[in-house]
Design a binder for this molecule. Sequence first.
Ligand code: ATP
Ligand code: MG
Ligand code: FE
Length: 354
Amino acid sequence: IRVLGIETSCDETAASIVARWEDGAVQILSNIVYSQIDDHAAYGGVVPEIAARAHIEALDGIISAALEAAGTPLASIDAVAATTGPGLIGGLIVGAVTGKAIAAAKGVPFLGINHLEGHALTPRLTDDLPYPYLLLLVSGGHTQLVLVRGLGDYERWGTTIDDALGEAFDKTAKLLRLPHPGGPSVERMAARGDAKRFSLPRPLRGEQRLDFSFSGLKTAVRLAAEAASPLSTKDVEDLCAGFQAAAAESLGDRVSRALARFTREFPELADKVLAVAGGVAANAAIRDALSHAGAKYGVRLLAPPHALCTDNAAMIAYAGLERLEAGAYCQTSASVRPRWPLDENAIPLVGYGK
Ligand code: ATP
Ligand code: MG
Ligand code: FE
């Protein structure tokens, strides 16, 4: 079975072909991502109208490139999956309409996919991982702990009460005048910095709830930067190191709480897994904090390769593949949903094991 996946929810135009072979193995045949980052660079953030237009211009070429790289003619595609939410409405419409048109022309099913479900199922695309597992989604727009019980069966345990962690990295970089995207810039500077020089808060540390908070930390960095201004390179390195250490420690503390609950709820589970998704998972200090937390509770950290942690269409194609196989899909009636929480899935389907 071969599924064409389309992702256009934010500032990446992406297409991918994912196949399930007869022996059950999954393979990514192609995974093409065009980042619009340069189109938005001058504005310091994603401009929805520019994004929508850029998707229109790029998408046909990206889909052709994905088909060609996969060595798959359009006639060999068994289904088309496109992100139908959450995200920017213009981009979602472009992807959904294109996907539906291809599906209708070829007479194959169309699957509207929740972008967050794509992130949530990525560990099953890269690894032979049975349900259930705990997922930490840490991206530019989301910081969530989700219990993945089965396809379409997600329970949100915690979320950020203010900024997403990637957003906090980006805003911190911006206030320190480091280049966008902020995460990699901050990590690079932090490598040479002294994390102990500035004393910064560890938001929500020790609290019972499983939520996150990062805006106070970002503000503390701003105040420290203002006090130390004008900033030398050394000051910036130390501020980055301090911010990253505080963010990692806060995240580790929150995740530890969740792991305690996870091991309590699933004592019998042989292979307990904490999977991470989202661009922030690329950060070595963050990964360290997470694997330390995991080690305390006998939970294995599973971090997919970076290219599959950030926005891509392979995860959308794969979610489409699982839904197709489960018969849990809709035809062309699926409309786009700019706001669409993962635990409020339009096509729920409960299942354990494979
Ligand atoms: P979403 O998927 O929630 O809509 P998004 O598309 O912005 O949001 P991703 O593409 O998954 O998210 O990730 C981008 C985010 O990851 C940015 O905020 C970026 O700064 C952050 N990031 C990337 N690399 C690193 C790194 N090495 N350290 C910290 N953060 C990083
Ligand atoms: Mg993005
Ligand atoms: Fe994403």
